[in-house]
Write a protein that binds this ligand. Sequence first.
Ligand code: HEC
Length: 410
Amino acid sequence: MLARLFISTVLTGVLGGAALAQESWPEGKGKDVVSTVCVSCHEARRFTAGGGYTPEGWQTVLDMMKNIGAPIPPDRFDDVKQYLSSNWPEKPKPKPVVIAGDVKVEFHSWQVPTPGSRPHDPLATRDGMIWWSGQSANVLGRLDPRNGAMKEFTLPTALSGPHGLIEDKQGFIWYAANWGAHIGRLDPKTGEVAEYFMPDAKAKDPHTPLFDRGEKHIWFTLQQANMVGRFDMASHEIKLITMPQAKSQPYGMVFDSRGTVFFEEFGGPRLASIDPVTFELKEYALPNPGTRPRRLAITSDDRLWYTDYSRGYLGMYDPKTGATKEWASPSGPKTFPYAITALNDVIWYVEGGAKPNLLVRFDPRTEKFQSWEIPTGGGVVRNMMPTVDGKGIVMAESGVNRIGWFEIRQ
Ligand code: HEC
């Protein structure tokens, strides 16, 4: 009972709650569970208003909810899955548009051990391992892509909701606990975890962490809290900066070559920067008011590249000149471009709304696209980054419960 209460209070804080009126639920076996259990942490809209799921997709959602603590009676699991699958089946999604080209990629992917983990962010470490944040399973996972061996590290605080991951010089893995309001540090040798909690109750959801030069601080965004934070590696002091405009939703983050931190305002739509010495905050409006910039990449000329989640575009912003440019994503406006990264000044991103997800390569020199279907479907690739040797890019495949990478051959 205590655990239940704890879970509902923690998550209602993050998600907000409100139910569909009891009479508007479709009839069917499973209605009793769904109309009560499934609205205790978040609104019904959370699962009735989206694009729906296939039966396998609902299975993954139910595994995720079970991991988070949803009290679905084990003998009612099938009823619930059936009820959800028949009332909210997957709506048709855009077909990915494959654009041929000269570059070859080879995909590698592994199912992670815990069902319904929601592998959110990946991390390629210097020892060649690939890590993932198992957000719903409250674990950090590590894969050795050479032999497929995997290990999961359970985090000490229940429902930490691990999100973004970074590795420090000593090989410790740092994570932003998106539901648990802290920054954590895992020692992969011992499994020991240190937790540094936010000093302000409003700072609920640390999101994307990043080291500054010399690893003196970790900068991080807090999306719903509308803040940017800075964690001091020596003193462990946390400084929080509230955005000047409400609902800016700070999101993806990068450093430029001079050490200025740039980030997206998903709710803006704007980009923003903070001078690391003076803390001066600048905002840069993006040309289209409908844009929702989600993840951010940077090339060596300090140009910023963003996925426009709502309009299905790749966008570029040059902070030196204020110039912007946009390119329509290959499969159209409804493809929700999400994960993005740069490798050798070439942009790679994923259309997470296409089925299967589409991997897109964009060369800023020629402004040409090439693209590939992700063989496992991808299940919404939310983040990706290059491997340390630059031979490929790692990605977490949240909705299909997988972690992997692809090798690039020119
Ligand atoms: C114990 C609290 C809790 C209960 C009970 C619960 N959920 Fe959730 N649900 C969550 C959390 C937390 C998230 C993730 C929120 C986020 O995206 O940060 C979530 C997200 C979801 C999502 C979105 C998944 C995605 O990948 O974006 C769906 C769909 C969903 N829930 C359906 C359900 C259904 C169906 C039930 C009933 C079987 C249920 N939930 C019960 C806490 C709960």
